[in-house]
Ligand binder design. Structure first.
Ligand SMILES: *[C@@H]1O[C@H](CO)[C@@H](O)[C@H](O)[C@H]1NC(C)=O
Ligand SMILES: *[C@@H]1O[C@H](CO)[C@@H](O)[C@H](O)[C@H]1NC(C)=O
Ligand SMILES: *[C@@H]1O[C@H](CO)[C@@H](O)[C@H](O)[C@H]1NC(C)=O
Ligand SMILES: *[C@@H]1O[C@H](CO)[C@@H](O)[C@H](O)[C@H]1NC(C)=O
Ligand SMILES: *[C@@H]1O[C@H](CO)[C@@H](O)[C@H](O)[C@H]1NC(C)=O
Length: 362
């Protein structure tokens, strides 16, 4: 595998083909339903399709007369454009083999157990189009859902859908790409190997989530807090290429760029070895505070990647107050020392939520 070359291609393709996605669906101000404890106006129910149903028949009528969708996309598509009322899409336990484009605002996508509520697909032709779940909408909430890109899977026995997976040929295969502002994820899972979670742009909050992968598996230009999340490095899945992965690839590009990935507490575990991050932008910013690190962290911590030759480096990279066997910062290549007060500017919710959008979400 040649991640450097692949990334250059990615940057190129990003510039060439990406402009369409800049048309983020604006969230307006989403209205809550004061008469409903869940604060939503109505609920669309989705249950997994059963084998004999054709994929084209996306809705069924139950005996009770209640409309039930057998695809999440069909439920999304039933919501009017310009929606500004919170709507719940309730996803029953099961596996949904779908590639989803969320382009309606004010949606709460909710399952019951993340471990048993999986949205899966295996696209990998190019990074941009590979995401199993793409959100271009503002004001989005997901709870208890797992997003999976199965493409690189059977490298490490997690699934067997892709019989052709080859440990020498891990490719970018995004599980979720989050492109809309004001998006929050509670107890969600993100499964992949390379580029699992494309935290692309906007302000995002991840609470009690599980994210795994091996190469750049939390990447992008998001302005995000990862609160008590479990990050699992799947180094074994890239053992053919040395087994040393990269947890983050954050792409902040200037002093004015507000983006950054902030990890509060949580755990970094797994197998093989991993760098905490490599710079996908000249001002890449990744901050860990109070995280438990297993012994898989490369002691140097941070890689300048394509900015190695820049005479002055503008990264903000730090892991402070860490615990566990990977907590030693004495050999880190970059080590921004933040005072408690400076640290607080990032770990406080106000970093992503000055106006209180999180508390207005259902
Ligand atoms: C889809 O399901 C409905 C309800 O069961 C049924 O009436 C309809 O004929 C089905 N359509 C197709 C194309 O199978
Ligand atoms: C939303 O996405 C669906 C599925 O990709 C597509 O059919 C529809 O045209 C899109 N709507 C808008 C307003 O972009
Ligand atoms: C930091 O790592 C060292 C070396 O493994 C270990 O002895 C120490 O207990 C760790 N500190 C904390 C707070 O976990
Ligand atoms: C990195 O910073 C921490 C405190 O923030 C300090 O204990 C450690 O010695 C520093 N490491 C290097 C290599 O400067
Ligand atoms: C940083 O982490 C330490 C250890 O978990 C915690 O005590 C401290 O409050 C955190 N600081 C900030 C600013 O969040």
């Amino acid at each position: 595998m040649a991640p450097m070359i692949l990334r250059s291609f990615l940057l190129f393709s990003f510039v060439c083909f990406y402009s369409g996605l800049d048309d983020v669906v604006k969230g307006l101000e989403c209205q809550s339903n004061p008469n409903n404890p869940a604060r939503v106006w109505y609920t669309l129910n989705v249950r997994p399709p059963v084998r004999h149903e054709s994929n084209s028949n996306l809705t069924i009528k139950r005996e009770s007369g209640k409309l039930v969708y057998t695809s999440i996309q069909a439920a999304i598509d039933s919501i009017p454009d310009g929606n500004d009322k919170w709507i719940q899409i309730f996803v029953q336990i099961g596996s949904y083999w779908e590639k989803i484009n969320l382009n309606k605002s004010c949606i709460l996508l909710e399952g019951r157990y993340a471990q048993k509520t999986l949205i899966e697909f295996n696209a990998h032709q190019n990074t941009l189009e590979s995401a199993t779940f793409t959100s271009v909408a503002e004001n989005f909430v997901a709870k208890h859902i797992t997003f999976v890109n199965t493409h690189n899977y059977n490298l490490f026995g997690r699934g067997l859908r892709n019989q052709n997976a080859n440990a020498n040929h891990v490719t970018q295969a995004v599980a979720a790409m989050i492109h809309g502002d004001k998006s929050a994820f509670y107890s969600c899972g993100f499964f992949g190997v390379q580029d699992t979670l494309w935290d692309s742009q906007g302000r995002h909050y991840f609470k009690n989530c599980y994210i795994d992968g091996a190469v750049d598996f939390i990447m992008g230009n998001g302005q995000s807090i990862y609160d008590e999340c479990i990050i699992r490095v799947l180094g074994n899945s890239i053992s053919a290429s040395g087994g040393v992965g990269y947890i983050t690839a954050q792409s902040r590009s200037s002093d004015e760029d507000p983006s950054g990935f902030v990890f509060k507490g949580g755990v970094v575990e797994g197998n093989g070895k991993a760098w905490l991050g490599r710079a996908w932008g000249s001002h890449s910013r990744v901050i860990f505070n109070g995280t438990y690190f297993n012994d898989i962290i490369v002691p140097e911590g941070w890689s300048p990647w394509e900015f190695e030759n820049d005479p002055v480096k503008h990264f903000t990279y730090t892991d402070q107050n860490s615990e566990g066997p990977g907590n030693d910062t004495s050999r880190r290549h970059f080590n921004t020392s933040l005072t408690d007060q400076q640290m607080q500017q990032f770990t406080d919710l106000s970093y992503i939520d000055a106006e209180g959008w999180i508390s207005n979400h259902p």
